[in-house]
Write a protein that binds this ligand. Structure first.
Ligand code: ZN
Length: 243
């Protein structure tokens, strides 16, 4: 099975459409969503609709969760919270909420392959796995062969070799049968690794190949909408620098 893997779309429809267009060329059978379809950007409805049409397997992100449970709003900084309050107002009483409510925290999509937004060991705490040490703890505290996650907005591959989590460089990886992996495709709608292109991945479970892609999109168009909506200006500027 060839999976298109998308995470952290964050209401950025221009980025999401560019990813889907490029993924057509790479080819895929099913779509995996790793959480955070909303928050930050100006097109929550459009992104939820598109995702609903395309998604085969999905999990909930912390921003999605804050739309349906206001207790979660306290976890966010002021800028993120402002965008979430704006999004909550737009989606209040609509059918879009049902889509978010049905997303689970974690899901096993094939034997040994699990998906989550933050971690499998404690998904509702929204911890970040950025360092080899944090990956190491996840390998030790959860049971999986391959784990796909989002939340950090930084593409990364960790391989578990000889009881140690090693970060791997590159964009194409062969996943060895005898090893375990933690994979982050990066963010569709708000990359934070200094590259402003939208990120996604293709996971081929038969060939055991995992590839990370980047694609240019009209961030200026999304910037214009963010400003027009009166959302915090910083949410527009960061799209250009990819931070
Ligand atoms: Zn996110």
């Amino acid at each position: 099975m060839r999976y298109l893997v998308v995470a952290d779309i964050h209401s950025n429809i221009e980025a999401f459409e560019a990813v889907l267009e490029k993924a057509k060329n790479t080819g895929y059978d099913k779509v995996i969503f790793l959480g955070d379809v909303v928050g930050y950007g100006a097109n929550p409805e459009e992104c939820i609709l598109m995702l609903k049409n395309k998604m085969d397997f999905g999990v909930i992100g912390n921003h999605d969760r804050a739309i349906i449970d206001e207790n979660e709003l306290s976890f966010f900084n002021e800028i993120a919270r402002e965008a979430l309050l704006w999004t909550r107002e737009r989606l209040a009483g609509t059918m879009y909420l049902n889509f978010l409510k049905e997303l689970p925290y974690t899901r096993e999509i094939e034997p040994g392959i699990v998906i989550t937004h933050s971690s499998v060991s404690a998904p509702e705490y929204w911890d970040y796995i950025l360092t080899p040490y944090e990956a190491q703890l996840e390998f030790e505290n959860a049971d999986f062969k391959i784990m796909l996650y989002g939340h950090t907005h930084v593409p990364i591959v960790f391989e578990y070799t000889g009881g140690k989590a090693i970060p791997l460089m590159g964009s194409s990886f062969y996943l060895e049968e005898s090893k375990r992996y933690i994979l982050n495709p990066g963010s569709v709608g708000q990359p934070r690794d200094g590259d402003n292109r939208a990120a996604f991945a293709i996971l081929d479970t038969e060939k055991r190949v995992y590839e990370v892609y980047r694609v240019h999109y009209r961030f200026d168009e999304q910037q214009r909408k963010i400003k027009e909506a009166g959302l915090p200006l910083m949410l527009a500027t960061r799209l250009e620098i990819g931070r």
